[in-house]
Write a protein that binds this ligand. Structure first.
Ligand SMILES: [Zn+2]
Length: 553
């Protein structure tokens, strides 16, 4: 039986950006949009052009994304024509593939908040949808407070939704804006709506105020809605939005949904979900939720005891049987300790954590080595050493799941595959505070690096807007014969987090780099000293680039 297509709409960059303490830069927004696009999300709502300079800039730039990049904004104001509403005109000028309008659908709000008539609100919906459609864009309409509106006045709420659909909106999105609706109510109300608007044009936008945004999204799908809106990690104001990071694997891995529906996220991309979730946390400089369903560090952790050893036995059995029959017949499933885990952690890129034995750790390390293209015999003693090293470092605060390139360098080094390209004999960083000629207090940072390359010793100095920047400038100023490989290396992000490891605080530095091919990688450094932590991350980035470019020893 052919599967029905279900569409995913991400609003991390718009609704998610409403979260307290979240302030995405343009670079953050582009990075997140890129991640969502790569994951296979159908729609990425980038923001509200005209509402703030970042979003206006975002929608004035060309992007190379295959997702439907969507701009959000209001329908025309009451009493104005579409061409005489500057907000709407700016929205239609945005470089966006789709326009998502928001409109009131609760009669009470129309009267009190909009201070207009019910009919004028309907006319505003119709006119705005038509105006956006006339520009050749796909149009969506978010019906704000739809469920509360429906409970108060079903005819009017429905009239708003129908006005948008009949004017040509591709999607009418039913929003549980204050997040108080319960799943059985959502199912009933969506069921009533799809009698008037075909389900393949109906979307659900749920907030998490009763911790049921995910359940409400599924309730809507069961009732016929075919678009789910949500955010990465459930980011969003108050208690958040529906969490796509929980919704996606449920759609992909639970037969009730997987057998009926198809989404834009492939099985392969599903394996990057844990990484995507943690990458967002890193960007927000937050510690990932260890207990997050599917992707949390503890989601597949089993405490020492009979469970853990039973899982090991099952896994050994699984790995030993050459012909592993997938449960659902059409998908090859990774080995899974079936009796204790509801899905295979690898399918979402997470890891099993068995706190009783090293075997799972070994399997993880082996899988990682295979992923980065290092062939090694599974009984190679170096694997045990690498595993020990990773464990020790993780205890110190390293987090290799967010620093793939540092893991790569560490693994290759332990496998004897990293040449001694260069050796930093010493470096000096100086921060000077002084009063300049204009009488202003200024801080000047400088660094001197002494590098040995073969028999040659090079000394470089650099200045920067801070000590780490100065060190980076000095380090990359002259690497002799390796200079040409790192010429186009750019640091695109630098983040610092103070970790409390026992009694002492340590600093974790994460650096993101990019090269001339547009490849990105992340490296990490941990030390009580921020300069030293930064130095480690910088070194890893340079060494990774040299290895990747095949630079000779
Ligand atoms: Zn919302």
């Amino acid at each position: 039986m052919p599967k029905e297509r279900l569409y995913l709409f991400d609003t991390t960059l718009r609704d998610g950006a409403q979260t307290n303490g979240v302030d995405f830069t343009l670079h953050d927004k582009m990075a997140i949009a890129g991640m969502l696009d790569d994951l296979g999300i159908d729609y990425v709502e980038g923001g509200y052009p005209g509402a703030n300079p970042t979003d206006t800039k975002l929608f004035s730039e060309d992007r190379k994304l295959s997702t439907t990049f969507t701009a959000f904004g209001m329908t025309r104001r009451p009493g104005r024509s579409t061409s005489n509403d500057p907000g709407l005109v700016a929205l239609l000028d945005a470089k966006a593939d789709a326009i998502c309008f928001v409109a009131k659908s609760w009669d009470y709000h129309v009267r009190v908040a909009l201070q207009t008539t019910e009919e004028e609100n309907l006319a505003s919906i119709r006119d705005s949808v038509k105006a956006a459609k006339a520009t050749g864009r796909e149009v969506l309409l978010d019906c704000e407070h739809f469920f509360d509106g429906y409970k108060a006045n079903p005819d009017y709420a429905l009239a708003c939704a129908k006005a948008a659909y009949e004017a040509g909106a591709r999607w009418v999105v039913l929003c549980d804006t204050n997040g108080g609706t319960l799943p059985h109510e959502v199912e009933t109300i969506v069921g009533a709506v799809v009698k008037h608007i075909p389900g393949e044009h109906v979307g659900i936008h749920a907030h998490n105020d009763t911790e049921q945004a995910v359940a409400n999204s599924f309730a809507a799908v069961r009732a016929g809605a075919r678009q789910i809106q949500g955010t990465l990690n459930g980011l969003g104001e108050r208690c958040g939005n529906a969490n796509l990071v929980s919704i996606i694997p449920t759609l992909k891995l639970k037969p009730d949904y997987a057998d009926r529906f198809e989404i834009g996220v492939s099985d392969e991309k599903l394996q990057s979900l844990t990484h995507v979730s943690r990458a967002l946390d890193e960007l927000l400089n937050r510690a990932p939720n260890r207990h997050a369903p599917y992707v949390g560090d503890s989601a597949f952790a089993t405490k020492a005891g009979i469970h853990a050893s039973a899982i090991v036995k099952e896994l050994e059995g699984d790995l030993a049987s050459a012909e592993h029959v997938p449960e659902n017949g059409n998908r090859r499933e990774p080995a899974r300790a079936k009796s204790y885990e509801h899905v295979a952690p690898e399918s979402i890129g997470n890891r099993r954590k068995l706190l009783v034995s090293d075997q799972a750790g070994r399997a993880n390390v082996l899988a990682e080595l295979e992923r980065i293209g290092i062939k090694v015999d599974k009984d190679d003693p170096r694997i045990t050493r690498l595993l020990e090293e990773v464990k020790n470092r993780e205890a110190m605060g390293y987090a290799y799941e967010s620093a793939d390139a540092s893991f790569d360098v560490l693994a290759r080094r332990m496998m004897g595959q990293v040449p001694d390209f260069f050796f930093v004999e010493r470096f000096d960083v100086n921060v000077e505070h002084r009063i300049n000629a204009k009488g202003e207090r200024i801080a000047v940072s400088s660094a001197v690096v002494k590098v040995k390359i073969g028999e040659e010793t090079l000394i470089s100095a650099g200045e920067g807007n801070g000590p780490v920047n100065a060190l980076d400038v000095a380090l990359r100023k002259d690497l002799g014969k390796y200079q040409r490989y790192i010429e186009k290396l750019e640091l695109t992000d630098y983040r610092v987090r103070i970790l409390n490891a026992g009694t002492e605080a340590v600093t974790r530095v994460l650096i993101e780099s990019e090269d001339e091919n547009g490849d990105h990688w992340a490296t990490i450094g941990v030390s009580p000293n921020i300069i030293d932590a930064s130095f480690q991350a910088l070194m890893d980035s340079i060494v990774y680039k040299l290895v990747k470019s095949g630079a000779p020893a």
